[in-house]
Design a binder for this molecule. Structure first.
Ligand code: ZN
Ligand code: FE
Length: 243
């Protein structure tokens, strides 16, 4: 049976993803910023959390690790490159490793740049990718511990996933990303159309993620950057952008 994926809003703009496999009854949570809302949601659904999967060490992605682990005994899976910064980790993973939720396999992709050891988890058969703070709807993560060349390589890799792949980002940044995307590519009609939808959704208080690789290929100025230099320029412009 298909994975059930639930979005849990946390802090000011984080999304925590709760992922349940009905066949095995295993449930994992991606990047728990906090423990309480995750435990409450799992409880409400009668799901027992068996694992935590972290994409990177930032506290708004790992802050709930200890609390969830204490409450459920969940195993914490974390990027090998960030072992020292994720002391709750039980199992470390790197490029090409398979991580299982029941019989659903996710492949680990190392996507350094936002942080040095950042990973994404790609469920190829399920058509879903958990990308943390690497790829956002119409945006990409800030370059805190890596280079524009690395982020360019990440965007190029993610762009090659099947276009229908659903992309589960860790923040609701779409509206501000879209304002910059319009400034970067004013003649891109797909961005204009998408922003009208995003503005309407946000006005109704709705979330705008997950997105898809197809939507990002059409509207994301970082995935669409044709060189590391262009991505670098766009990242610097977005950092300074007040739209
Ligand atoms: Zn982060
Ligand atoms: Fe974050």
């Amino acid at each position: 049976m298909a994975l059930e994926i639930v979005r849990i809003p946390a802090l000011s703009d984080n999304y925590i993803w709760l992922v349940h496999d009905p066949d095995s009854a295993e449930t994992m949570v991606v990047d728990p910023a906090q423990a309480e809302p995750v435990l409450a949601e799992a409880d409400k659904r009668g799901w027992a959390i068996t694992a935590i999967w972290n994409t990177h060490w930032h506290p708004d992605h790992t802050g709930g690790n200890a609390g969830i682990k204490a409450a459920t005994g969940a195993e914490v899976i974390a990027p090998a490159g960030e072992a020292e910064r994720i002391p709750t980790a039980d199992k470390l993973v790197g490029e090409g490793d398979a991580v299982m939720l029941g019989h659903h396999a996710a492949r680990v992709m190392e996507v350094p740049a936002h942080t040095a050891g950042h990973v994404a988890y790609h469920f190829a058969e399920d058509g879903a990718a958990f990308v943390g703070d690497t790829l956002f709807a119409m945006g990409c993560g800030r370059l805190f511990e890596g280079t524009a060349a690395q982020m360019f390589a990440n965007m190029q890799r993610l762009a090659k996933l099947p276009p229908e792949t659903r992309v589960y980002c860790a923040h609701e940044y779409t509206q501000s990303n879209g304002r910059y995307a319009l400034a970067a590519e004013p003649d891109n009609a797909a961005i204009v159309r998408r922003m009208a939808e995003v503005d309407a959704a946000r006005a109704r208080g709705e979330a705008t993620v997950p997105t898809t690789i197809a939507a990002e290929l059409a509207t994301n100025p970082f995935m669409r950057a044709q060189s590391a230099e262009i991505l670098a320029e766009r990242r610097a412009a977005k950092d300074a952008f007040r739209g």
